[in-house]
Design a protein around this ligand. Structure first.
Ligand code: HEC
Ligand code: HEC
Ligand code: HEC
Length: 424
């Protein structure tokens, strides 16, 4: 990883240095403060839905802070980035931004003054948004209450703190071309593809990234990372043990829970809460698109998988003996978890959920350390957090991975536990 980062750094400097100069961007003149009445109410209402789909408020609001006033810390492998104030405050927000300046930021990742923005702001996805939709989001943001809150300076390591180097990044990795509908597909399919690839920025979390932090375009939705959580593969790369059907995906994306896939926890919770606020046709379109990428589910196989998962939940007689990590993990599980997570309990079999099947223990560790604050559509799917010491956490993770899946053991658990604790 270190070598990768050093390599990334060196190449970024070279590429960036070469192109930064050639690709300078002008400052755009400040826009006169526009009276709120300048924006048609139906355009503002449309913008509100679209801003929800883009989850703008999730990143642009710090815990307990005013909506859209920024300040949320986003950890990246290159250091921490803070989301900015996008309320229409003239000095500390985007009050002086014209519609064109806003569109340039969303498409090219350039702020009003001509500075490069970091792709922690998913402009690499937002670039695919249509003109009309961007206009509506602009109208919505410009009619919010202006909040005076100066942006928090980023904490990026050298050389990543040099913004002009992003010119090289954009040149290498950013495709600002608009979304191209596929005329051979239905209108709903195209709508779904558009939302997934553009405003929904599903790939920002669900696609893998390269050493430069850019989404790998040849591995769209093949599974990625979000704040220490694994985001499973979707569509052609669907990783859930039970194949998705229309109903199960709709349940998961709108209610945040499906009995054969479990709860949408962690960074997915806010996504679901926003999807739940969309017209149902939007989520249906997303589902149509995702399902078209995978082979149809075979109900017979699904039943077998669910039956096997329930059997693992029982696991009578499988209780490990001795005092190794398996036996110690079993003891923790029996004491802290089994009450809710046993066959017949209300929870989805653990073997079917994202956490146990992920390539690392991050999801499980976050769930245990932070508990589950479920999406609004499934308030009863909450789980308390547990203050377990490191050794018990490691034993628990080892035991659960072995008991609930046939996948390879998780490695470097002490490091993963340290990372999960420090992310809180
Ligand atoms: C995953 C987190 C994330 C999401 C989601 C997100 N943003 Fe941001 N945004 C950021 C970060 C971080 C920055 C600051 C980047 C920087 O400092 O270079 C930013 C910067 C911006 C800027 C530039 C503002 C400035 O002061 O320079 C605009 C405009 C913006 N975002 C609009 C939006 C809109 C509109 C949405 C929803 C459609 C949205 N963002 C969703 C993280 C996010
Ligand atoms: C901010 C990061 C993020 C974004 C954006 C995001 N997801 Fe997720 N998603 C996750 C994480 C993390 C999980 C795993 C949740 C868990 O372990 O409970 C997940 C889980 C899922 C699952 C369940 C997968 C499984 O195998 O159990 C589906 C389906 C899904 N997301 C669809 C979407 C769609 C569609 C979008 C875009 C509209 C989207 N996600 C956007 C982070 C994200
Ligand atoms: C008071 C009840 C309760 C207890 C105790 C409990 N859980 Fe949960 N847990 C839940 C509920 C409810 C869900 C969500 C159910 C669902 O997905 O159907 C859940 C879900 C989970 C998930 C799935 C998360 C995902 O994203 O895939 C994991 C993993 C998990 N719990 C682990 C544990 C562990 C480990 C313990 C013990 C340290 C534990 N739970 C104790 C109620 C509980």
């Amino acid at each position: 990883m270190r070598i990768f980062i050093a390599f990334a750094a060196a190449l970024t400097v070279v590429a960036g240095g070469l192109f930064a100069y050639a690709h300078r961007h002008p400052e755009l003149a400040p826009a006169p403060a526009l009276p709120r009445a300048n924006f048609a109410p139906d355009l503002v209402a449309k913008g509100e839905k679209l801003a929800g789909l883009g989850a703008c408020v999730t990143c642009h609001t710090r815990p307990g802070g005013a909506p859209y006033a920024g300040g949320l810390k986003l950890p990246t492998p290159f250091g921490a980035i803070y989301a900015t104030n996008i309320t229409p405050h003239v000095d500390t927000g985007i009050g002086a931004w014209s519609e064109n300046a806003f569109k340039r930021a969303m498409r090219e990742g350039i702020d009003r003054r001509g500075r490069h923005l970091y792709p922690a702001f998913p402009y690499d996805h937002f670039a695919k948004t249509t003109d009309e939709d961007l206009r509506a989001i602009y109208a919505y943001l410009m009619t919010r209450k202006p909040v005076e809150q100066a942006p928090t300076p980023n904490e990026l390591r050298f050389p990543f703190n040099i913004r002009p180097l992003l010119a090289g990044w954009n040149l290498l990795f950013h495709d600002p071309s608009p979304f191209r509908p596929d005329p051979t597909r239905s209108a709903a399919w195209n709508e779904g593809a558009y939302y997934v690839q553009a405003l929904g920025h599903c790939g920002a979390c669900h696609s893998p990234r390269n050493a430069f932090g850019a989404v790998k375009t040849d591995a769209h939705l093949a599974g990625g990372e979000a704040e220490g959580w694994h985001s499973p593969g979707l569509g052609a790369h669907a990783a859930a043990p039970v194949p998705w059907t229309k109903d199960s995906l709709l349940n998961y994306l709108i209610d945040g829970w499906d009995g054969r896939h479990g709860v949408a926890a962690g960074p997915m919770t806010a996504v679901v809460d926003h999807l739940a606020g969309q017209p149902e046709s939007v989520v249906e379109a997303i589902v149509e698109y995702l399902l078209s990428l995978q082979p149809p589910a075979d109900p017979k196989k699904t039943d077998d998988i669910v039956r096997a998962a329930r059997a693992r939940e029982y696991a009578a007689g499988a209780t490990p003996v001795g005092d190794g990590p398996m036996a110690r993990g079993e003891a923790v599980f029996a004491r802290a978890c089994a009450n809710c997570h046993r066959q017949g309990g209300s929870a989805t079999p653990l073997a079917l959920g994202a956490a146990m099947n992920a390539p690392h223990a991050g999801n499980l560790l976050h769930v245990v350390l932070e508990g589950i604050k479920p999406p609004k559509g499934s308030p009863e799917k909450s789980m308390p957090r547990f203050a377990l010491p490191d050794d018990q956490l490691a034993d628990l993770a080892t035991y659960m991975r072995t008991r609930f899946t046939d996948k390879p053991a998780w490695e470097s658990l002490p490091e993963q536990i340290r990372a999960a604790r420090s992310a809180k």
